[in-house]
Ligand binder design. Structure first.
Ligand code: ADP
Ligand code: MG
Length: 554
């Protein structure tokens, strides 16, 4: 072979190896964390994202920010996944998870510079994460599922600092009521909670309806406005005569024939409606269209019909009323019908909607969110989603932690103690992990315009003195007892954040070779182009390392 390098990669592929690869990944991860950092906590700021078509999203929510930002780097994507996992598992704590992941990488960078091997680091980080989870369980507070006061405080904590904050108490009450009404033996399926966004009015006008609201009107003016003690049918098809698939030509030789043809169609439609009426339905929700003639017959029968109902609404209606959807009206029988005490078309903020209430199986509720503008409601909706997630998690697990940075300071101290027992080079990694967790209280302080060092020193002192719930009051800058203040987060929000942040950081640190088929997304020429406001500065700068690394390709 001599000195000839063996070329196994195609010319277009790019390769970054060793320290360059590590440094590139660390920079990318840090850049992602940096881009959401300022949104953390009660005093976190919002970001405005504008996509290439001019759509605007104003948000404070970590996972929304990251998914709306046009992030296109393999390592950065892995950090974005941390937020997505957090969102799926608990629904809150997405910013915290990403910020911790970024700080773990940042701390690792220093240790890598001191020639500590990445595997040692990974080992230490894993040990620390495990120890942290155990330590958190020890300080967790038990919550009973009917403890409305604490549940509302949990719901309110998740909304702090978001668009929903102004009506936090009202919304927290609605969220708790919603989750409790769909809870079934400690299991909560938030799919049974529908959030209906209504532009108009103020957030204060938001309310909870036991049942389902369908954003449609009855199909004909001649149908009744409401039905009491209604039997509900759900049809997963159309109430129309199928047009022939092939271009059939019907040769009509005399007017009688045409009449016959139309009569036959009418008869078929009449039969469909008869089927529905005979089954005893008062209301029918149809997935597809309803022929004009069928509408006429239905109105004659005094049946309320709604067409083009979204399939998600159909399944919610089925769950709530107990109706069994049929795809063909011919198969409809009494047994397929569901029940609702009241089905009515009502006006809300100038829009007509169908309210299906007093359902048999009240395991479905609708939260009507009101707000002045669409952007406002969208952001309130995101806060509500977080809030629903934390209340659900609390009902499922029954364990919460006091917030405001208290758990992180607590862990940081516990891990430093633990580090002494670890020994070896892993000890340094455990200590780095302990330092990294403090990024949460530090950032809470920074975002509140406080001096992070002063705040941390005070927090540490309180925790040293045994107050495991001491956290940072972002409004006054004081260190207060978060337990007494009623700032709570589910235990799982913290354990999940620490677990996924650790996994992602460890995975990135163990990479010493990045081989990309074709251009790596963030190359020198398209650095800034499709990055929306918020991320670009940090990202563009962070990616610089890559260009250098490319030189060694073969
Ligand atoms: P995340 O996406 O991580 O949930 P948030 O912006 O919701 O980000 O901020 C969550 C952090 O804010 C948590 O550390 C939580 O304890 C803290 N926090 C929430 N409410 C308060 C409060 N009233 N006082 C102090 N800290 C709070
Ligand atoms: Mg939150």
């Amino acid at each position: 072979m001599g000195n000839q390098p063996l070329i196994v990669l195609s010319e277009e592929s790019q390769r970054t190896s060793g320290k360059d690869a590590q440094s590139m990944n660390v920079q990318a991860g840090k850049a992602v964390a940096e881009s959401v950092r300022t949104t953390l906590g009660p005093k976190g700021m919002d970001k405005m994202l504008v996509d290439s078509t001019g759509n605007v999203v104003v948000t404070n929510d970590g996972v929304t920010l990251l998914s709306e930002m046009d992030i296109d780097h393999p390592a950065a994507d892995m950090i974005v996944e941390v937020a997505e996992t957090q969102e799926d598992e608990v629904g809150d704590g997405t910013t915290s998870a990403v910020v911790i992941a970024g700080e773990l990488l940042s701390q690792a960078e220093d240790l890598l510079d001191q020639d500590i091997h990445a595997t040692t680091l990974a080992q230490g980080y894993r040990q620390a994460a495990e120890e942290a989870t155990e330590a958190l369980e020890e300080i967790a507070i038990d919550v009973e599922e009917d403890d409305d006061e604490v549940l509302e405080q949990i719901a309110a904590t998740a909304m702090t600092g978001k668009g929903a904050e102004s009506s936090r108490d009202l919304l927290a009450g609605l969220v708790v009521e919603a989750v409790q009404s769909v809870a079934d033996d400690g299991e909560v399926d938030t799919d049974n909670i529908k959030v209906e966004k209504v532009v108009g009015g103020s957030i204060e006008n938001s309310e909870l309806v036991e049942g389902v609201i369908v954003d449609k009107e009855r199909v004909s003016e001649n149908m009744p406005y409401f039905a009491e003690d209604a039997n509900v049918a759900i049809v997963d098809g159309d109430l129309e005569i199928k047009e022939t698939e092939i271009d059939a030509e019907v040769n009509v030789t005399d007017p009688d024939q045409l009449e016959q043809f139309l009569e036959q169609e009418e008869r078929q439609l009449r039969e469909m409606v008869d089927k529905i009426a005979d089954a005893g339905a008062d209301v029918v929700f149809v997935d597809g269209g309803i022929d004009d003639m069928a509408q006429h017959y239905l109105a004659q029968e005094g049946i309320i019909a709604v067409r083009r109902v979204k399939s998600s609404d159909q399944s919610q209606l089925a769950r709530a009323t107990g109706a069994r959807p049929v795809s063909n009206v011919d198969d409809l029988s009494e047994d397929d019908l569901g029940f609702a005490g009241s089905v009515a078309q009502k006006e809300i903020a100038g829009d007509q909607r169908i309210f299906v209430e007093d359902v048999d199986d009240a395991k479905a509720v609708t939260l009507i969110l009101r707000g002045g503008t669409e952007h406002v409601i969208d952001e309130v909706d995101r806060a509500i989603e977080d809030s629903l997630g934390v209340v659900r998690t609390t009902l499922e697990d029954g364990k919460v932690l006091a917030g405001g940075g208290a758990p992180e300071v607590n862990l940081s101290l516990a891990l430093r103690d633990y580090a002494d027992s670890v020994g070896g080079r892993e000890q340094l990694a455990v200590e780095a992990f302990a330092d990294a967790l403090e990024v949460i209280p530090r950032t809470l302080a920074e975002n509140a315009g406080l001096d992070p060092i002063d705040s941390l020193v005070e927090l540490r002192a309180d925790h040293d003195a045994g107050d495991s719930a001491a956290g940072l009051d972002a409004y006054t800058g004081d260190t207060i007892d978060m337990d007494a203040e009623g700032v709570y987060e589910p235990l799982r929000v913290k354990t999940q954040a620490i677990e996924s942040a650790t996994e992602a950081a460890v995975m990135l640190l163990r990479i010493d070779d990045v081989i990309a088929a074709g251009d790596l997304a963030v190359s020198d020429d398209d650095d800034d182009e499709d990055m929306p406001a918020g991320g670009p500065g940090g990202m563009g700068g962070g990616m610089g390392g890559m260009g250098g690394g490319m030189g060694g390709m073969m």
